[in-house]
Design a protein around this ligand. Structure first.
Ligand SMILES: *Cc1c(COP(=O)(O)O)cnc(C)c1O
Length: 405
């Protein structure tokens, strides 16, 4: 191979989407509430809920909109304190601000997961917990659920990047009260933009559905797992009729038609993503200057990117490593080193003063991130692995072995 593998392009949308897209284009039927029944968005919700083993799903304009609606559905008081990991995407604290709540940032360790000591310390006084499984890394959900339940706090899972991941065999996104997913193009299901939330709670889904923009009696087009015969759902909708603002964060039929045929691809994408990740991780772990943190015991991952830590580098060495990898055709992001990176908490200036979080900061200054889409082949992976290993050897190997021994 003479060209570096392309890690940016998404997979093609399955051919079978075309007939439905054509039908929607010729009828112009793009709004989810025009058809009396079985609009593509409604079908997607049923299929996604069934795939996840959840009772209800609500498709939204983005995962961020799903996170926002989740907080609104929980009916939290104004200025409620919501715990989030300090390693997440800027859209997460933004969704919390949008819902008139306050994010409380919790330290994240070198393994990209929530620091449980800091979590337990910040729990008193919190009103809700939002767990971003950032880059698909699952935090210890046994401990988080036990601590949150003991404090009687609802847990929302930001599973935007964790579709296909499981914890003790349970699907990530079904462990908390609400799970939120993204259909943005870098995620496992791609409609450009879009998201979905799942829950088993009729009260929460009724509130979220109405606020997502089910004005008048459009909520009648949202059904439970048994179709129409869900008295608890009907009662919840009736209870909230006209009582809630409409934020209009709906998904369009076109996006749903693009996602639906991809649902059947999920098991393959998960399998291939995990295989690629584990193969490259083992190669990189053989280097004395690189460590790829292990998955947690109960976790089965569905990665489409790889994160690894350089061992004890100076900032100059980290920058030199990035440059050496780039020369070899592999782009490595170090979250804390690129200016204005949206995953570095100190750039979230919209929060006002950001707290001092030394553990998270130290991780962000050395954690390297490379994309690894499931469609890559073994030669692609070797190309990327060879480039990273040669780059790290060139930079760290020339430094008097001060870090290797
Ligand atoms: C992508 C992502 C989001 C945002 O999803 P959108 O659909 O773009 O709003 C939130 N959290 C995590 C962990 C993500 O990876």
């Amino acid at each position: 191979m003479t060209q570096p593998p392309n890690v940016y392009d998404a997979e093609p949308i399955p051919e079978s989407a075309r007939a439905e897209i054509d039908r929607l284009l010729s009828s112009g039927d793009l709004f989810r509430y025009t058809a009396a029944d079985d609009a593509p968005v409604a079908l997607l919700e049923r299929e996604f809920a069934d795939m996840m083993g959840a009772k209800y799903a609500l498709a939204t304009a983005s995962c961020s909109a799903a996170l926002f609606l989740s907080l609104k559905a929980l009916d939290l008081p104004r200025d409620a304190r919501v715990l989030i990991p300090a390693f997440t995407f800027a859209a997460v604290p933004s969704a919390i601000l949008h819902a008139d709540c306050q994010p409380v940032l919790v330290e994240v360790g070198d393994n990209y997961r929530i620091d449980l000591e800091d979590f337990a310390a910040k729990l008193p006084g919190a009103d809700a917990v939002m767990i971003s499984h950032m880059r698909g890394h699952t935090s210890d959900m046994d401990a988080i659920m036990a601590l949150s339940e003991a404090a009687d706090l609802p847990v929302i899972e930001d599973a935007a990047h964790s579709l296909g991941t499981s914890w003790h065999g349970r699907k990530i996104g079904t462990i908390g009260r609400i799970g939120c997913f993204s259909f943005q193009s870098y995620k496992l299901l791609n409609s450009g933009e879009g998201g979905i939330l799942i829950t088993d709670d009729p009260e929460l889904i009724a509130r979220a559905v109405i606020m997502s923009g089910a004005y008048e009696h459009n909520w009648k087009k949202h059904k439970g797992p048994q179709g129409d015969n869900s008295p608890e759902l009907e009662q919840a909708f009736a209870r909230w009729q006209n009582k809630l603002p409409l934020y209009n964060t709906r998904l369009s039929n076109l996006a749903a038609a693009i996602v639906r045929p991809q649902l059947a691809e999920v098991p393959r994408r998960v399998r291939d993503g995990r295989r690629n990740h584990d193969y490259l991780a083992a190669r990189l772990n053989a280097s004395p200057w690189i460590s790829v943190p292990d998955k947690l015991g109960p976790e089965q991952r569905a990665p489409d990117s790889l994160q690894f830590n350089l061992e004890g580098p100076t900032v100059d060495q980290t920058r030199a490593f990035q440059a050496a990898a780039a020369e070899r055709g592999v782009s490595i992001q170090v979250f804390g080193l690129s200016s204005d990176n949206a995953r570095a908490f100190w750039n979230w200036e919209f929060l006002g003063k950001t707290p001092d979080l030394p553990r998270t900061r130290s991780m962000l200054m050395k954690a390297c991130d490379t994309r690894l889409p499931a469609r890559l082949t073994r030669p692609d992976l070797d190309w990327i692995g060879d480039a990273i290993l040669a780059a790290v050897e060139a930079v760290m190997g020339g430094t008097d072995r001060q870090f290797g021994t």
